[in-house]
Every structure is written in C-alpha cells, then in structure tokens.
Design a protein around this ligand. Structure first.
Ligand SMILES: Nc1ncnc2c1ncn2[C@@H]1O[C@H](COP(=O)(O)OP(=O)(O)O)[C@@H](O)[C@H]1O
Ligand SMILES: [Mg+2]
Length: 393
C-alpha cells in the first residue's frame, strides 16, 4: 500500500479521477498525470474510459435516488456496489493507458449522488441541507493499493455552501487564460456554466447550474420510444422535429431560470414529475415525438443562452462545451444559433470533453493531498475556503 508520505515526495503523480453523474450512464475514469499543485498544476490525460451501467443497475440507482423504497439495507449495498464499479473503472483505465495498477498513486472519487438538498429544509427541529454520494472508497483503496480521496461535497456544505458545482475549481486551474474571457458549459444530466474572466483570480470565477442539460431530453426520449432509446443519439430525433413556441415558453417560465445565482439543481427538480408535466402539455398541444424532443433540446440551448445573457456581468467571448451533450449535434446547432459568440467543443481546443469531470476529481484529490483549499466559495456560497475530500488509506 502506497503511503501519503511516499506520494508527496514524487515530482508528478498518476491520479485516477472517478465520476458517475446524474445521467446514470456509467462510471467515468480518467487517468491523469499531474505535476505541481495549486496554480502551478499541469495535467496530461493518459487514459479515459466509462463502465456503463446495465438497464437493471441504472433502474436500481434511480429507485434509491428517488427515495421511494429501498431503505438503509439497499443504500448500504449500493455504497459497496458503486465502490466495486469505481474499482473496475480504475482497472479498465489502467489497461487502456497501458499502465499497471502499481503505477497509480492516488484516486479522487466523486461517487454517485443519491440525494442532494442544497437549500436547508426543516428536519427534526433543525434546518438541514445535505448531500449523499455513494461509492465506498475503502473498496477502491483495498483493490488498488493506493490512497483514495472521496466524498468531496460534504465539506463545502458543512461550511454553508450548496456543495455544487465543484468542477469550476479545476476549470480555473486548467482552462484560465490571460487573453480570453472564457465560458465553459458542461452538458451532463444538468447543465453548468463556469465563467473564467480574462486573467482572473479564483475569487473572480463564477459558475452555476443553467438548468437541465440532457436530463429532460433523455427522459422524454425514453418515454416516447417506449424505452427503446436512452437518449437522442447525435440529436437525430430533434433534428426532424419543429420547436413548439408555446411549450418552450411554458418550460422557460419555470422559476429556476429566473433565479439569480448561486443556484444548483438536480433530478429532484427536473426529474420525472417535471417531465410528466411537459408530456401532458405536449399532448394537449398534439405535438409529435420529434417536436417534443426538439422543444426540450431548444430548452437546454435557450436556458444556456439566457444564463449567458442575464447572469454573466461581463459576457464570455467564447463558449467551450463539454459533457455528453456536446455529442448532440442538434443541441450544438441550436446553441450556435442562439449565442452571438463562437461555440466550440473541448476537442476543438485539444481537450477531452467527456473526461473533463473525471479529470476534475483527480485535480481536486491532488489539491486535498497537498492540503490546499479546493472549493470556490463564490460559486457554492460557502462561508469560506475549505479542503474538500476524505482520505482512505
Ligand atoms: N451521441 C450522443 N448523442 C446525444 N446525446 C449523447 C450522446 N452521447 C452522450 N449523450 C448524452 O450525454 C449524457 C451523458 O453525459 P455525461 O456528461 O456523462 O452526464 P453526467 O455527468 O450527468 O453523467 C447521456 O445521458 C446523453 O444524454
Ligand atoms: Mg456520465
């Protein structure tokens, strides 16, 4: 077992970042060679892979995430099961990069969010905000023989933050520019926008969730294809439909889009019951499958445009899109039509858009290892900077 002392002596580290997002598509693993820390960090991606969940596995995560039944026995089992998925993803990414498990120095694991309550609610006589990510880090440490840093979000929340989004910290380290004012739009289940003003310091970075990314599109596609498709592959359904102005206007009138950041959202808000309402409206308007999907796709594009226009005091001169939504060509076309600035993919600038969030957890783990504060209080609303992450060794 590698010790923290040994790792800290090394000039560069091989760190695996693990992420399983709200889309529940699978466990992402990015193997990153990281040199330095803080603003001196440089990162080289050595490998990236995803262990996809089966339909049955996804349904079970969703069942627990919705908090319907399950109870603590299932949560306990799920915690270890996700730990084994994380370990399998580590093995797979080592294989892909042609490295042995012994070459890995550290793992940074986000786990899978099961529940996220960013704004305090009454509970047992107190006001409680909470968040729960599962994927037992000890299982990964045991299998890989190196320390694992996990459970990042809870520390920010304990400091009064909304514990999301966390990726802006690594975006600040890896994407900031002295010459360009950059917007980074991630389109996972939820959409998040990070703004890196030209030559910014960390406290000038701002970021927030723009609303649903693929979550509403995915759910509608699953419903309208009778479960045959899980998402709109390359945006093909949407490309054949017409955006319905009435439905779009109704969707955009949701109070979330008018909320001033910091703000964060999730499946609890834009999940099944939201989609049911959308379907009901759509049926009242007698819309076809492709029209409904086109309208939901335009909702994501418009919510990003409105975020850029309303909540970015100095508007970015370039938008770089990452996350699975970057593969949806219709969404990318709608975004390019909506925004008056160039819209690029991570690949256009030599980065990997699918790996970005997993890379972020490798970077956050490296900061935690070095005892460096790794939240962005301006983004999460935390009272002060903290070192997020718990170490299993
Ligand atoms: N070829 C594709 N065409 C359209 N959408 C895609 C494609 N590939 C991935 N996606 C979308 O990306 C989602 C996964 O994105 P990801 O960034 O992993 O999100 P999360 O972080 O929420 O897991 C899928 O659920 C799907 O909506
Ligand atoms: Mg994913």
């Amino acid at each position: 077992m590698k010790t923290l002392g040994e790792i800290l002596q090394k000039p560069s580290l091989n760190i695996i970042g693990l992420m399983s997002g709200t889309s529940l598509d699978g466990m992402d693993a990015a193997l990153v060679q990281l040199t330095g820390c803080g603003t001196k960090t440089s990162a080289r991606l050595l490998g990236f892979t995803t262990i996809e969940y089966s339909e049955q596995e996804r349904a079970e995560i969703l069942r627990l995430a919705l908090g319907e039944e399950g109870g603590s026995k299932s949560l306990s089992q799920m915690n270890f099961w996700l730990g084994y998925q994380g370990l399998a993803a580590c093995y797979a990414v080592c294989k892909q990069a042609g490295l042995s498990h012994d070459d890995v120095d550290l793992v940074g694991s986000h786990g899978q969010t099961l529940y996220h309550i960013p704004v305090a609610e009454p509970y047992l006589g107190m006001q409680i905000a909470s968040t729960l990510q599962l994927g037992e880090a000890s299982v990964i440490a045991e299998g890989l023989g190196c320390p694992v840093i996990s459970d990042f979000r809870v520390r920010d929340m304990a400091a009064g933050g909304q514990a999301a989004p966390l990726v802006p910290y690594s975006e600040y380290l890896l994407y900031r520019s002295e010459t360009q004012h950059i917007g980074l739009q991630n389109i996972g289940g939820i959409g998040n926008l990070t703004v890196l003003p030209r030559g910014c310091s960390l406290d000038q970075v701002y970021a927030f969730d723009t609303g649903p990314g693929n979550m509403v599109i995915d759910r509608l596609v699953a419903e309208l294809t009778g479960g045959e498709c899980r998402w709109d592959e390359d945006g093909r359904f949407a490309a054949q439909g017409q955006v319905n102005a009435e439905l779009l206007e109704w969707m955009l009138s949701d109070p979330y889009f008018a909320k001033i950041p910091p703000k964060t959202t999730g499946r609890e808000y834009f999940g099944d019951s939201y989609v049911k309402q959308v379907l009901q409206r759509a049926h009242e308007l007698s819309l076809s499958r492709n029209d409904i999907i086109a309208t939901a796709t335009q909702l994501t594009a418009q919510s990003i445009f409105l975020s850029w226009e309303r909540y970015c005091p100095d508007r970015p001169e370039l938008l770089i899109v990452g996350g699975g939504g970057a593969h949806n060509h219709t969404l990318m076309r709608m975004l390019r039509e909506a925004l008056p600035v160039p819209v690029k993919t991570n690949e256009d600038i030599g980065m990997n858009g699918d790996a970005k969030e997993a890379v972020a957890f490798a970077v956050l783990a490296n900061e935690c290892l070095h005892g460096i504060d790794n939240n962005v209080p301006r983004v999460t609303g935390a009272r002060h900077p903290v070192v997020m992450g718990k170490i299993s060794q």
